[in-house]
Design a protein around this ligand. Structure first.
Ligand code: GLA
Length: 391
């Protein structure tokens, strides 16, 4: 463990004791992620290439004798109480729905849950496109399961967490974030087929580093815009299926088929589908490039992915574009693109280890000069997925 993780772990144990008056029974740590390429592809059942990073949500938990679920968030400084048998959705304390949603679907899957005290703390910035939500779900799922001395196959836990976010929280996200928060691997990217859930670990070359630049922009409408993009893809599939019989998602449409039939689509929907169909190809090409050490080609595909996210999927913003533009002028950066759902959040950059200081210095001065905003960045390590720690 690195210093930051040790610190987070200590603070979480101490925080739990401060709030609940005794030490917890266990602690879980689930990482956030970057997505190197494959923007808005998971729910279209294509391929993505995320990596888990050394930013975490920690959950400390202890059994209660009654059937209450008491959840405290250090980051929101708020305590929520609900029933462990029937967790209630909350409109004011929206952060607690991620934990409650996981409990809800564990109950629905037939697991018994005792009452519990749950303490949440994290160092993943919320709404930064680094997947604090999935990390919270994953850390909660492992905490509930271990607290109740139960276990389940990883794939089931991953799907259950996604369901919590889709059906309890109300964001129709895909499966990528939960998958990599659970099964990420140190120093590797995770090449995931979001239809079959088959995956392969692809090593990141030792002389590269992942740099995250957080714009600090959080857009209120992000969740509803996200759901809208998903609907647009679905309506594209529906219209295309009138001539391309048997297609279920955009995964089933080849670039050639799309070129031939795109005129059937209204322009907005056409652009969303164009992005998805081409991005699926880019991900496959990028994995080949990574495996063969062609990092310039890999980086170029990241830039193309960003352009298409901006122009076709329309999920970027000026600040994200500014960072990507500055990156594109520097030899020390192979590639850069928006990392998460977009509408603000962070840029992920693949940089040459030996040039990272120059890259950071230039990015910082140019970004501040061009936007007048603070420049926040971190050089990440790629880490393993969720873990349960002894306390
Ligand atoms: C969010 C969602 C993911 C994925 C990305 C966009 O992070 O949670 O499922 O769709 O956006 O690639």
């Amino acid at each position: 463990m690195q210093n930051a993780d040790i610190q987070l772990r200590e603070n979480t144990l101490n925080g739990y004791e401060r709030v609940f008056g005794q030490p917890p029974d266990l602690l879980t740590l689930a990482p956030g992620r970057v997505n190197l390429i494959g923007a808005h592809i998971d729910y279209n059942e294509g391929f993505v290439l995320p990596a888990a990073i050394d930013k975490y949500i920690a959950v400390a938990a202890g059994v209660r004798r009654d059937d209450k679920l008491r959840i405290y968030s250090e980051n929101y400084d708020a305590l929520v109480e609900t029933s462990a048998n029937e967790p209630e959705w909350s409109s004011e304390k929206a952060w607690s729905n991620y934990v409650k949603g996981v409990a809800h679907f564990l109950l629905q899957a037939g697991f018994n849950l005792t009452g519990a005290n749950v303490y949440v703390r994290g160092n993943i910035a919320a709404c930064a496109g680094l997947s604090s939500s999935a990390a919270l779900e994953m850390a909660s799922a492992y905490a509930f399961l271990k607290l109740n001395k139960q276990s389940a196959p990883e794939a089931d836990i991953i799907k259950l967490c996604r369901r919590a976010e889709n059906e309890f929280v109300g964001v129709r996200c895909g499966i990528m974030d939960q998958f990599v928060s659970c099964l990420g691997k140190k120093d590797h990217t995770l090449f995931l087929d979001c239809r079959t859930l088959e995956f392969e670990y692809v090593p990141l070359p030792g002389d590269t580093r992942i740099l995250v630049c957080d714009t600090g922009i959080k857009r209120e409408l992000a969740a509803s815009e996200y759901n809208r993009r998903r609907k647009e893809c679905e309506s594209g599939v529906q219209l295309l299926s009138q001539t391309l019989s048997g297609i279920r998602t955009l995964r089933d449409v080849s670039p050639e088929q799309f070129a031939k039939h795109q005129d059937r689509l209204p322009d907005g929907v056409r652009k969303r589908c164009l992005h998805a169909v081409a991005e699926m190809q880019r991900v496959q090409q990028s994995v080949q490039a990574l495996k063969q050490g062609r990092l310039e080609d890999f980086g170029q595909l990241m830039y193309e992915s960003h352009d298409s996210s901006r122009n076709n999927y329309e999920v970027s913003c000026v600040e994200l574009d500014t960072i990507v533009e500055i990156c594109a002028q520097m030899s020390g950066v192979y590639g850069a693109r928006l990392s998460g759902g977009g509408f603000g959040g962070a840029v992920v950059c693949l940089v040459r280890e030996e040039e990272k200081q120059e890259v950071l210095a230039r990015l910082s001065s140019e970004y501040v000069a061009r936007t007048g905003r603070e420049f926040k960045s971190y050089v990440c390590s790629v880490v393993d997925g969720v873990r349960v720690c002894s306390v």
